[in-house]
Design a binder for this molecule. Structure first.
Ligand code: FES
Length: 574
């Protein structure tokens, strides 16, 4: 046995390494392992199963499939837990805990005697957190996704979490459906284990991680409950063993070229706006600076090829049947960096160099020369209202609202929004622009997915309005929604200076977001705002979070977790 592998890795310190190994093997024997097992390389399996994470309900069975693959290839699979983030079970928002989960993953991967690690994630923040942690831990790692849910149905109509959740809730708020109907819909929205059934954040991240090369080909879209998901688990286990002793650490795979590929894919799949935040954070762990201008640049020459909700009409199970990411990558081939190395040890170019013909029989993925939309899903706006940028998913917006000047109706916080949005006294018309302040990384706190906040109840029948905030929005949401405004209001960003009645100009074609208020008026408001500092939590994780969280344009990582090169150059970088 190579003594650099297995239980001899990273010994507990007793100032006598031989004793440490003897003690460790003795205790491992208490788990029933024989010499044959103890001498194999150890493959850690990070299992984020939790009974408070419905999306990961199938992880016990999937972990067993991964273990089978590890055994088949000659490794010893050892499963361990980390924090699990079930999107809808966390308060104030799962984004607040993503970095905490990444720290857990990094520390436990680094502390234990692992030769390689399998990262089991799925629900929105879990795969980003695991990738961030693995990137910093620096041992070979391979990701596997939970896979999407299957759709349900209601009165003959397919339903999938969570674009349809929002559509039905909007109808319920407008009084178009009754209590009994919304209850029946609730029963049929999320009908299997797995992640949301549309191109939400979870599916987006799975596709981006496949594009990055950190997941085996085809793994992003296999439904959670499909037998192929278990076969993919076995294959992932076998590949984890193949990584042992190789130099295929995450930094060799997640290179600038791989991130450029992921940005292309983000646009082509009509992916979640959260994707750019998570990609920026993962890249930041490796010393790679992604910025919003890169996203905007690829938007112009990367068409939308995938027709999934919320930008289109199909669901993830349809995407799987149509061929999934392997077809998307084949079509995007002329736009990709084919030299990027993947977890298989092959380059992306080698993987794509197989007999291929476009699957004409389906209408979920389009060929590059006949896209659904000629330009990418997301663009970046800048201007005096967002000096460090803001993001809009134009593929899920109302075209008529992409050029607009309107009167601001301002909500100063999430609590203010909740208190007044449905007030019959709210001074609002369909032509106004709704502004939500103090919902960013610090203001929220945690940058909740509140950016797609509802249309005021008194505007019954209006289905979309321009909404601007420093919040995020769910990848399953839709509408003309401008997000991630940076700097955020709570740290003095101009968004906090908007007042009711101000004129705002939105010019998506020109990439501008402007507050049409004189500079001297804004200066006076800024001086007044400087008197009111946000309260600082006294202790605990909330204190750590507020002290160290970075702005949305930097990926919302903690400053001290980014790669040293970026720490040296950026400091806190709010
Ligand atoms: Fe887990 Fe949507 S709630 S992926």
């Amino acid at each position: 046995m190579n003594r650099t592998q297995g239980f001899a890795n990273r010994l507990t310190q007793y100032s006598d390494n031989a004793f440490s190994l003897y003690l460790r093997r003795s205790f491992a024997r208490s788990m029933g392992f024989s010499d044959t097992a103890l001498d194999k390389p150890i493959i850690g399996i990070v299992n984020t199963y939790s009974e408070l994470n419905n999306c990961h309900r199938g992880f016990r069975e999937l972990a067993e499939a991964i273990k089978r693959g590890v055994w088949q290839a000659g490794g010893l699979p050892l499963e361990f837990p980390t924090i699990s983030l079930g999107e809808v079970f966390l308060s104030p928002t799962s984004m607040m805990m993503r970095n905490l989960m990444s720290m857990d993953a990094e520390v436990m991967i680094k502390a234990q005697p692992l030769d390689a690690v399998v990262l089991m994630g799925g629900c929105d923040k879990t795969l980003p957190a695991l990738l961030m942690g693995a990137a910093s831990a620096g041992i070979p790692a391979i990701a596997i996704a939970a896979g999407p849910m299957l759709t349900g149905s209601y009165q003959g109509e397919r339903l999938g979490a969570c674009t349809d959740c929002r559509r039905y809730w909007g109808a319920y708020r407008r009084g178009e459906i009754d209590d009994a109907t919304i209850h029946d819909v609730e029963n049929n929205l999320a009908v299997t284990s797995g992640t949301c059934a549309v191109m939400g954040t979870a599916s987006t991240m799975a596709c981006l991680i496949e594009a990055l090369g950190m997941m085996l080909p085809g793994g992003a879209s296999i439904p959670a409950v499909h037998a192929e998901r278990l076969r993919h688990g076995e294959e992932t286990g076998r590949q984890a063993v193949a990584l042992v002793g190789s130099d295929l650490t995450p930094d060799k795979i997640m290179t600038p070229g791989a991130f450029a590929n992921a940005l292309r894919v983000l646009q082509a799949i009509g992916g979640s706006t959260n994707g750019i935040i998570h990609l920026t954070a993962i890249a930041g762990r490796l010393g790679i600076r992604l910025d919003l201008d890169q996203l905007d640049a690829v938007s112009e020459d990367t068409p939308v090829l995938v027709n999934l909700k919320p930008s289109g009409s199909a669901y993830m199970e349809d995407f799987y049947r149509a061929g999934g990411m392997p077809v998307v990558l084949q079509e995007l081939k002329p736009l990709l960096d084919l030299n990027a190395v993947t977890i298989t040890g092959q380059t992306l170019g080698q993987i794509l160099d197989v007999p291929y013909s476009f699957p004409q029989w389906q209408d979920v993925i389009r060929p590059l020369n006949q896209p659904y939309k000629a330009t990418g899903a997301q663009v970046v706006l800048r201007g005096n209202l967002a000096p460090d940028g803001a993001v809009i998913k134009r593929s899920a917006a109302s075209p008529a609202l992409l050029q607009k000047t309107g009167r601001a109706v301002v909500f100063t916080s999430l609590a203010d929004l909740a208190a007044r949005i449905d007030s019959p006294d709210l001074d609002v018309t369909p032509d106004d622009i709704l502004v939500l302040q103090n919902a960013g990384p610090i203001g929220g706190p945690g940058m909740p997915e509140a950016g797609s906040f509802p249309i005021p109840a008194r505007l019954s029948g209006v289905k979309d309005m321009v909404r601007i905030s420093d919040a995020r929005m769910s990848g399953t949401a839709f509408g003309t929604i401008i997000l991630h405004v940076s700097p955020e209001a709570a740290v003095g960003g101009p968004l906090g200076l908007v007042r009711d009645g101000d004129l705002i100009e939105v010019d998506v074609a020109g990439r501008r977001l402007s507050l049409l208020v004189d500079d001297d008026v804004l200066a006076a408001r800024r001086a007044e705002a400087a008197q009111q500092q946000p309260a600082s939590p006294a202790r605990g994780y909330e204190w750590l979070y507020q002290q160290h969280i970075q702005g949305a344009h930097l990926g919302c990582d903690f400053d001290f977790l980014r790669h040293q090169d970026l720490i040296d150059h950026e400091g806190k970088g709010q």
